[in-house]
Each structure stands twice: as structure tokens, then as C-alpha cells.
Write a protein that binds this ligand. Structure first.
Ligand code: SF4
Length: 204
């Protein structure tokens, strides 16, 4: 894993748990509203060695009950299953934040029981995915990931960052229709000043 950041304690990133957040380096999307610009470069150097992360977590057992693996896009990393298995071996519950572009990785994590909570972004109605993600997106992969997570028997929610200048009310309705009826769905506020794309900073 290439690790670009660590939040040592969060009360809000893992529902119901006090958790550390590990930010993986590298993302295959370039969402203009992204808040994590420094984490996007796929070839970025690691800021933390895995050893440092695990040394820290071993000292926090009993005080933290979960670890959120976020990014960047964690499923870009082939060794994510091994990383998650090590977290679980230390007794932590694992939450994964994902953009849903790698259903084969989600399927493997579900099969091996390596994630206890999924939070998947649904960025846009499928016809606007390329615009909202800044790259060409295989929307069939997005559909597959939604279906896998919804049927996976694991706690989860889907979420959308609502950027008023990029998504219409009609888009939101189409977007909502992508969410399986049994699944929780939230919209999260867009923080303009942190946007990766300069044109969006100062906007809404
Ligand atoms: S918001 Fe988009 S670009 Fe930023 S980390 Fe998530 S998927 Fe990648």
C-alpha cells in the first residue's frame, strides 16, 4: 500500500466507532470537487510506511475500535486485502471508502470477510459519470459495485457529494434511483474552498 495520510482519531468517519483513518495514495478518478487533491497522484511517494501505521495502531488497541481505509482510491492497491487482513488481525473493524470502480476487488473483500462497512460514492447519474469524475468511467463497473455492496450482507451506505453547479435536481432523482431500496443513502456537503478544480473554489 502507498499511504499518503493518517488521521489518528476520528469520531465521524466510521458510524458508531472511534476510528483512525488511513488515506491511500493515488486515485483513478479526477472529480473536480475532490477534497483530497494531494492524494490523487497515482505515483505519489508514500508519506507513511506500513510499519509506522501498524506500530501506531498496536498502541491504540482498546482506544480505537475501527480503521477507515480511504483515499485516494484504496481499491487501486492490489495488496488491500492483505492490509485489511492485518487490521482485522489486530482486532479492528474495517470500513472502506470507495468510488466503486473496481468491483472485482469489492467482490474479493466481501468473499474473504475483510471489510465490515462499505461507503461507496455514487457520483452522478450514469450518463454524467465522466463529467463528474473527470475521466472516462466504466459505468457497468459502478453498477456491479452497487449491487455487490447492497447484497453483500455487510453494513454500508452510498453517498453523493452534491455540487449545485454540477448536478441538477433531475440528476439527483436519477441518482437516487440507482440506490437499492434497502440501502442507506446520504448526500454530503460540498466544501468549495477545498475543491481540486480551481474553477469550483469559491463556487457552490
Ligand atoms: S473524490 Fe474522486 S478524485 Fe477524489 S479521491 Fe474520491 S474518487 Fe478520487
Amino acid at each position: 500500500m502507498i499511504i499518503g495520510g493518517l488521521q489518528r482519531c476520528s469520531f465521524s468517519d466510521y458510524p458508531g466507532r472511534t476510528a483512525a483513518v488511513v488515506f491511500t495514495q493515488g486515485c483513478n478518478f479526477r472529480c473536480p470537487f475532490c477534497h483530497n487533491g494531494p492524494l490523487l497522484a497515482v505515483t505519489g511517494a508514500a508519506r507513511y510506511e506500513e510499519r509506522e501505521i501498524f506500530d501506531f495502531l498496536k498502541l491504540r488497541r482498546g482506544r480505537l475500535s475501527g480503521v477507515v481505509v480511504s483515499g485516494g482510491e484504496p481499491t487501486e492497491h492490489k495488496d488491500l486485502p492483505q492490509f485489511s487482513a492485518r487490521l482485522k488481525a489486530l482486532g479492528f473493524k474495517v470500513k472502506l471508502d470507495t468510488n466503486g470502480s473496481r468491483p472485482e476487488m469489492i467482490k474479493l473483500l466481501l468473499k474473504e470477510g475483510l471489510v465490515d462497512y462499505f461507503a461507496m460514492d455514487i457520483k452522478a447519474p450514469l450518463n454524467k459519470y465522466d463529467t463528474l469524475c473527470g475521466v472516462r468511467v466504466d459505468t457497468e463497473a459502478i453498477r456491479q459495485s452497487i449491487a455487490l455492496i447492497a447484497a453483500g450482507g455487510v453494513a454500508h451506505h452510498f453517498r453523493t457529494t452534491y455540487v449545485k453547479s454540477l448536478l441538477t435536481e433531475s440528476d439527483l432523482l436519477k441518482l437516487g434511483a440507482l440506490v437499492p431500496s434497502e440501502s442507506k443513502y446520504i448526500t454530503q456537503p460540498f466544501v468549495a474552498e477545498n475543491a481540486w478544480q480551481a474553477e469550483l473554489r469559491g463556487g457552490r
